[in-house]
Design a protein around this ligand. Structure first.
Ligand code: ADP
Length: 288
């Protein structure tokens, strides 16, 4: 099948956080790297789904045959940025059997008794899986910083700790793709309004979302610092404009696809004598 629409610059290049990245200047309605429009993006998304699905199956097969590779997609973003939509529309294109999805909310009493990375380690994808974190250990330097839930010097220490932790995860065979979905203030207001106006969206509304919105500049600042301090070669950050949902989904799909392609996996070799098994099959007489 021909590619529909086109990445003029690959998403991995167009969205990657590099030195000097300035979140304040980031246009959240932009569509970096993508030359097409919404219609072409939708067609491309479907095509991308087929490729993701095949590569996910290869990864799963590899895991079943003793391989040690996995992928971890970390999704961060302010409320309404579209994390749920990414899970449904991008991750939803692959076999759910091979996906390990975890959402991280306010720590439970049990989680609170442990180090903040404890629940994260517990949730890391096993070989063969695509792990998806809906929120993550980054909350421990975002909401925790903004709400001053731990002393400032402890937050300061965490950036280095997170870098080492992620280095370790990568060294164990996991490709880590970190995505920050960035919605604008105006778009967030519109999405929150919709949650209040539409009965089918009421369930998504959380009064706490307005509290976080009130602290928008502090969150943006916390994001800026987290991105600067934890964007590494081994575990890069990608900032994705999220005002246009179709673009965000296409872009995250492209980033995930790149990660899977980067594993460069083949179908595992059969661990049986295929010819002999075929002969056995032909010779079998279940009817007696
Ligand atoms: P979502 O808003 O993603 O749909 P929830 O309604 O469960 O999901 O919200 C999760 C909430 O948990 C967010 O407000 C987030 O800031 C908070 N949270 C996540 N991790 C932590 C943490 N480590 N410490 C405090 N709050 C956290």
């Amino acid at each position: 099948m021909h590619a529909v629409g086109r990445w003029e610059t690959p998403a991995t290049e167009a969205l990657r956080v590099r030195e000097g990245f300035d979140l304040a200047a980031f246009d959240r309605r932009s569509t970096p790297g993508w030359s097409g429009d919404k219609t072409t993006a939708k067609a491309a998304l479907a095509e991308q789904g087929d490729r993701l699905s095949e590569l996910q199956e290869k990864l799963f097969a590899h895991g079943r045959s003793g391989g040690d590779r996995s992928v971890l997609l970390v999704l961060q973003g302010m409320d309404t940025a579209g994390k749920g939509g990414i899970v449904r529309h991008v991750i939803g294109t692959v076999d759910p059997q091979g996906v390990a999805l975890r959402s991280f909310g306010v720590p439970t009493p049990e989680e609170r008794e442990h180090h903040y990375l404890w629940r994260i380690r517990e949730a890391l994808p096993r070989p063969g899986y695509i792990g998806v974190f809906d929120r993550s250990h980054y909350e421990d330097v975002l909401v925790v910083k903004v709400e001053q839930l731990v002393p400032a010097d402890e937050v300061e220490r965490r950036y280095d700790e997170i870098r080492s932790f992620e280095d370790e995860v990568v060294a164990s065979g996991t490709r880590v793709v970190k995505v920050a979905l960035m919605v604008s203030l105006d778009e967030q207001a519109q999405r929150l309004r919709e949650r209040l106006e539409r009965p089918d969206k009421h369930w998504k509304y959380n009064p706490g979302d307005i509290d976080a919105r009130e602290r928008w500049p502090l969150y943006q600042e916390a994001y800026q610092v987290a991105l600067e301090r934890t964007a590494t070669d081994t575990a890069p950050w990608y900032v994705v404009p999220a005002d246009r949902k179709w673009y965000a989904r296409l872009a995250v799909g492209a980033l995930l696809l790149d990660a899977l392609q980067g594993l460069d996996l083949d179908w595992p070799e059969a661990d049986v004598d295929v010819a002999a098994e075929l002969r056995r099959l032909e010779a079998s007489h279940p009817e007696g």
